[in-house]
Design a protein around this ligand. Structure first.
Ligand code: AMP
Ligand code: MG
Length: 419
């Protein structure tokens, strides 16, 4: 049995509740980064976490080149006033450089991305030039190095292009390709098992009986995990049965690095999750000072990290985003994790009671002046999943605040900025 994850700590609240920040940092600080890695072709590294320093084997760009279609000239030929003429003595195209040298009184026709010919130190845009046969006239006001992209100005040969912990996105694929690197080492995929608990739950495709509901949490959790690009182990719905729950936990922990469940973690629950996990011995049952999503369980089942989300569908998503997501990202080895939070005026009054941090569902739009504004996404109760679907952001209201007047600045966390 693993050692319990340390928990008992000073809480900001006198009733022993944890603040959102306390719970998040406690979880993130106690999980371990997976230690496996694999070597993959760069396209297969998309969404994976880099596990090595990528040192650039070349300068990017590899040579001084033109940022414009125009004419490569010597700065010393540019008139201080009036106009002067130069003779076009050659061409430099992207991929077909001019191999000679540009001398005083001469110019080279040059295209975007083409190598700057020896001697030239300035490119004049073609729109700023009059051409008549082999002769161009240029005016004053052009400066040395104008419209030149320099060797190594993007990335220097031997310099760090990417560092471990970086999530590979489209820009990184392009960057790796620009360095001519065909393969990279990435962290192995995190394995995450998940299941729902509750006698009232039926799987999609089954018929609902009296007092039954469909299991939606396994679908929201699936969606959020899928976007994280982890290996998924969907264990279905587990009934509120002592043995079934214990077996499910043991199986999940033997297969996965992390186990995520929903339901059965609130105190006074008729479910056996808490009881079963208490028996396994290393789980903390927290009350978090947030709304929605007060109860949360966190700890270890055998070697696996366990995160027990509450049952209510909106609470599941709010607690997944605020706690499970950063903890899993940490386990995956991702270091560049910084959820986007912006301050935006709210359009109308937001109702709130002082006490807990609210994660209200909001709709971020632009007003008639093109400025960002946010409004509540309708009913805010923790079972209103349609509000989560209408919303495109959380409006984060601090614990101590009461009602928020229309026009006040509020913290907004766009859903799209979460991953
Ligand atoms: P619990 O914490 O298990 O008491 O669940 C709290 C509320 O969330 C109850 O109304 C449950 O019916 C509901 N709930 C629990 N699990 C799910 C699920 N997987 N899908 C939809 N609703 C759920
Ligand atoms: Mg339940």
């Amino acid at each position: 049995m693993n050692k319990p994850i340390p928990v008992n700590v000073n809480c900001d609240n006198d009733n022993g509740w944890l603040t959102v920040e306390q719970a998040r940092s406690r979880m993130c600080d106690s999980v371990n980064v997976v230690d496996g890695f694999e070597r993959v072709a760069i396209r297969d590294s998309l969404n994976r976490i880099l596990a090595e320093d990528v040192i650039s084997p070349i300068n990017v760009p590899p040579y001084d080149n033109s940022a414009m279609d125009g004419y490569a000239v010597l700065t010393s030929d540019i008139p201080s006033s009036g106009e002067t003429t130069l003779k076009v003595t050659g061409e430099s195209f992207a991929g077909i450089p001019f191999t000679g040298e540009v001398k005083s009184g001469e110019t080279i026709r040059i295209m975007t991305g083409a190598k700057i010919p020896t001697g030239a130190d300035c490119v004049i845009m073609q729109e700023q030039v009059q051409r008549d046969g082999d002769i161009i006239s240029i005016g004053s006001g052009h400066t040395k190095n104008q419209n030149i992209r320099f060797i190594g100005e993007d990335i220097k040969q031997g310099g760090a292009a990417l560092t471990p912990g970086k999530k590979i996105d489209a820009a990184e694929l392009g960057l790796l390709a620009s360095l001519g690197i065909p393969e990279v080492t990435v962290k192995r995929k995190l394995r995450v098992a998940f299941f729902s608990t509750g006698d009232e739950l039926r799987a999609v495709g089954e018929t609902l009986g009296e007092g039954q509901i469909y299991d939606s949490n396994r679908y929201t959790i699936y969606g959020m995990l899928k976007r994280l690009d982890v290996e998924l182990i969907d264990m279905g719905v587990i009934p509120d049965d002592r043995q079934a729950i214990e077996d499910a936990f043991n199986t999940a922990a033997s297969l996965a690095d992390a186990v995520i469940t929903s339901g059965g973690v609130s105190v006074g629950d008729a479910d056996y999750v808490k009881e079963t996990l208490d028996k396994l011995g290393a789980i903390n049952f927290w009350k978090i000072s947030m709304k929605p999503g007060k109860p949360l369980a966190f700890g270890k089942v055998n070697h696996a990290t366990f995160i027990g989300l509450p049952g209510n569908p909106v609470s599941v998503m709010a607690t997944f985003y605020q706690f499970a997501l950063p903890a899993l990202q940490r386990m995956m080895g991702q270091t560049d994790v910084e959820p986007v939070i912006v301050k935006v005026p709210c359009k109308s009054l937001l109702k709130k009671r002082p006490g807990r941090t609210d994660f209200q569902r909001g709709i971020l739009t632009r007003n008639e002046n093109g400025e960002l504004v946010v409004d509540g996404a309708g009913m805010q109760a923790s079972h209103i999943l349609s509000g989560m679907s209408k919303a495109n952001c959380f409006i984060i209201l601090p614990a101590e605040s009461g009602n928020i007047e229309a026009g006040s600045l509020v913290d907004v966390q766009p859903f799209n900025g979460l991953f």
